[in-house]
Design a protein around this ligand. Structure first.
Ligand code: MG
Length: 163
Protein backbone atom coordinates (compact mmCIF):
# COMPACT_ATOMS: atom_id res chain seq x y z
CA UNK A 1 0.00 0.00 0.00
CA UNK A 2 1.21 3.50 -0.78
CA UNK A 3 0.06 6.96 0.27
CA UNK A 4 1.05 10.50 -0.62
CA UNK A 5 1.22 13.59 1.60
CA UNK A 6 1.91 17.28 1.06
CA UNK A 7 3.06 20.07 3.32
CA UNK A 8 3.67 23.79 3.16
CA UNK A 9 5.38 26.20 5.54
CA UNK A 10 6.15 29.91 5.69
CA UNK A 11 8.35 31.95 8.00
CA UNK A 12 9.08 35.67 8.13
CA UNK A 13 12.63 36.93 8.18
CA UNK A 14 13.80 38.67 11.34
CA UNK A 15 16.98 39.60 13.15
CA UNK A 16 19.80 37.13 12.76
CA UNK A 17 22.66 35.97 10.62
CA UNK A 18 21.62 32.56 9.36
CA UNK A 19 18.74 30.45 8.11
CA UNK A 20 18.25 26.72 8.73
CA UNK A 21 17.20 24.81 5.62
CA UNK A 22 16.83 21.06 5.63
CA UNK A 23 18.88 20.91 8.81
CA UNK A 24 21.76 22.83 7.22
CA UNK A 25 22.82 26.25 8.55
CA UNK A 26 23.15 28.83 5.77
CA UNK A 27 24.71 32.21 6.45
CA UNK A 28 22.29 35.00 5.57
CA UNK A 29 21.82 38.71 6.17
CA UNK A 30 18.71 37.92 8.26
CA UNK A 31 17.37 35.18 10.49
CA UNK A 32 13.90 33.67 10.71
CA UNK A 33 11.15 34.47 13.24
CA UNK A 34 10.05 31.20 14.82
CA UNK A 35 9.52 29.33 18.09
CA UNK A 36 11.73 26.54 16.78
CA UNK A 37 14.68 27.03 14.43
CA UNK A 38 12.24 28.03 11.67
CA UNK A 39 13.42 25.49 9.12
CA UNK A 40 10.71 25.82 6.45
CA UNK A 41 11.92 22.81 4.46
CA UNK A 42 11.74 20.49 7.46
CA UNK A 43 8.43 21.93 8.67
CA UNK A 44 6.83 21.36 5.26
CA UNK A 45 8.37 17.90 5.16
CA UNK A 46 7.03 17.08 8.60
CA UNK A 47 3.52 18.07 7.55
CA UNK A 48 3.83 15.97 4.40
CA UNK A 49 4.86 12.95 6.47
CA UNK A 50 2.03 13.40 8.95
CA UNK A 51 -0.40 14.06 6.11
CA UNK A 52 0.52 10.92 4.23
CA UNK A 53 -0.13 8.81 7.33
CA UNK A 54 -3.34 10.63 8.25
CA UNK A 55 -1.80 11.92 11.48
CA UNK A 56 -2.82 15.59 11.39
CA UNK A 57 -0.27 18.38 11.30
CA UNK A 58 2.89 19.69 12.90
CA UNK A 59 0.97 22.10 15.16
CA UNK A 60 -0.89 19.22 16.81
CA UNK A 61 2.26 17.21 17.51
CA UNK A 62 4.66 20.06 18.34
CA UNK A 63 2.59 22.97 19.68
CA UNK A 64 4.28 26.39 20.04
CA UNK A 65 2.90 26.47 23.60
CA UNK A 66 4.92 23.42 24.65
CA UNK A 67 8.27 24.54 26.12
CA UNK A 68 9.69 21.13 25.14
CA UNK A 69 9.82 22.30 21.52
CA UNK A 70 10.95 25.93 22.06
CA UNK A 71 14.10 26.55 20.01
CA UNK A 72 14.02 22.92 18.96
CA UNK A 73 16.07 21.75 16.01
CA UNK A 74 13.45 20.89 13.42
CA UNK A 75 15.24 17.63 12.67
CA UNK A 76 13.69 16.43 15.94
CA UNK A 77 10.24 17.01 14.46
CA UNK A 78 11.06 15.03 11.34
CA UNK A 79 12.66 12.17 13.27
CA UNK A 80 9.63 12.02 15.56
CA UNK A 81 7.25 11.99 12.58
CA UNK A 82 9.26 9.20 10.93
CA UNK A 83 9.01 7.21 14.17
CA UNK A 84 5.25 7.77 14.34
CA UNK A 85 4.97 6.44 10.79
CA UNK A 86 7.27 3.49 11.44
CA UNK A 87 5.17 2.50 14.45
CA UNK A 88 2.23 2.23 12.05
CA UNK A 89 4.14 0.22 9.47
CA UNK A 90 5.00 3.08 7.10
CA UNK A 91 8.34 3.90 5.53
CA UNK A 92 9.31 6.76 3.28
CA UNK A 93 9.79 6.07 -0.43
CA UNK A 94 10.84 9.54 -1.55
CA UNK A 95 10.49 13.21 -0.76
CA UNK A 96 10.36 16.17 -3.15
CA UNK A 97 10.98 19.59 -1.61
CA UNK A 98 10.60 23.06 -3.09
CA UNK A 99 11.97 26.24 -1.54
CA UNK A 100 10.41 29.58 -2.54
CA UNK A 101 12.74 32.45 -1.72
CA UNK A 102 14.70 35.26 -3.30
CA UNK A 103 17.48 34.49 -0.84
CA UNK A 104 19.34 32.66 0.46
CA UNK A 105 20.17 30.72 -2.66
CA UNK A 106 20.72 27.03 -2.01
CA UNK A 107 22.39 25.96 -5.25
CA UNK A 108 25.80 25.57 -3.63
CA UNK A 109 24.40 23.61 -0.68
CA UNK A 110 21.93 21.41 -2.55
CA UNK A 111 23.76 18.12 -2.04
CA UNK A 112 24.46 18.92 1.60
CA UNK A 113 20.76 19.60 2.22
CA UNK A 114 19.72 16.45 0.33
CA UNK A 115 22.05 14.34 2.43
CA UNK A 116 20.87 16.02 5.63
CA UNK A 117 17.19 15.43 4.86
CA UNK A 118 17.85 11.87 3.69
CA UNK A 119 19.62 11.16 6.97
CA UNK A 120 16.62 12.40 8.95
CA UNK A 121 14.26 10.28 6.86
CA UNK A 122 16.47 7.20 6.85
CA UNK A 123 16.53 6.98 3.06
CA UNK A 124 19.22 7.30 0.38
CA UNK A 125 20.08 10.81 -0.79
CA UNK A 126 18.73 9.85 -4.22
CA UNK A 127 15.28 9.54 -2.65
CA UNK A 128 15.30 13.23 -1.69
CA UNK A 129 14.97 16.01 -4.25
CA UNK A 130 15.39 19.71 -3.57
CA UNK A 131 14.11 22.35 -5.93
CA UNK A 132 14.35 26.09 -5.44
CA UNK A 133 12.61 28.96 -7.14
CA UNK A 134 12.20 32.66 -6.69
CA UNK A 135 8.75 34.19 -7.11
CA UNK A 136 9.97 36.73 -9.67
CA UNK A 137 9.98 39.40 -6.95
CA UNK A 138 6.21 38.97 -6.45
CA UNK A 139 4.53 38.58 -3.07
CA UNK A 140 6.11 38.28 0.39
CA UNK A 141 8.86 35.97 -0.79
CA UNK A 142 9.59 38.22 -3.73
CA UNK A 143 9.87 41.25 -1.46
CA UNK A 144 12.27 39.36 0.76
CA UNK A 145 9.91 39.45 3.77
CA UNK A 146 10.14 35.73 4.31
CA UNK A 147 10.47 32.36 2.70
CA UNK A 148 8.25 29.37 2.03
CA UNK A 149 8.59 25.70 1.29
CA UNK A 150 6.45 22.91 -0.08
CA UNK A 151 6.98 19.18 0.34
CA UNK A 152 5.51 16.03 -1.13
CA UNK A 153 6.29 12.57 0.20
CA UNK A 154 5.34 9.05 -0.78
CA UNK A 155 5.16 6.40 1.92
CA UNK A 156 4.65 2.67 1.61
CA UNK A 157 3.68 -0.22 3.82
CA UNK A 158 4.21 -3.91 3.30
CA UNK A 159 1.00 -4.79 5.06
CA UNK A 160 -2.32 -4.69 3.24
CA UNK A 161 -4.03 -2.56 5.87
CA UNK A 162 -1.62 -0.37 7.87
CA UNK A 163 -2.81 0.89 11.22
MG1 MG B 1 7.13 26.52 10.48
Amino acid sequence: MIRVGSGIDVHAFGPGDHVMLGGVRLAHTQGVRAHSDGDVLLHALCDALLGAAGLGDIGQHFPDSDPQWRGAASGQFVRHAVQLLAARGWQVVNADLTLLAEAPRVAGQRELIRASVAGLLGVAAEAVNLKATTTERLGFAGRGEGLAAMATVLIESNSVAPR
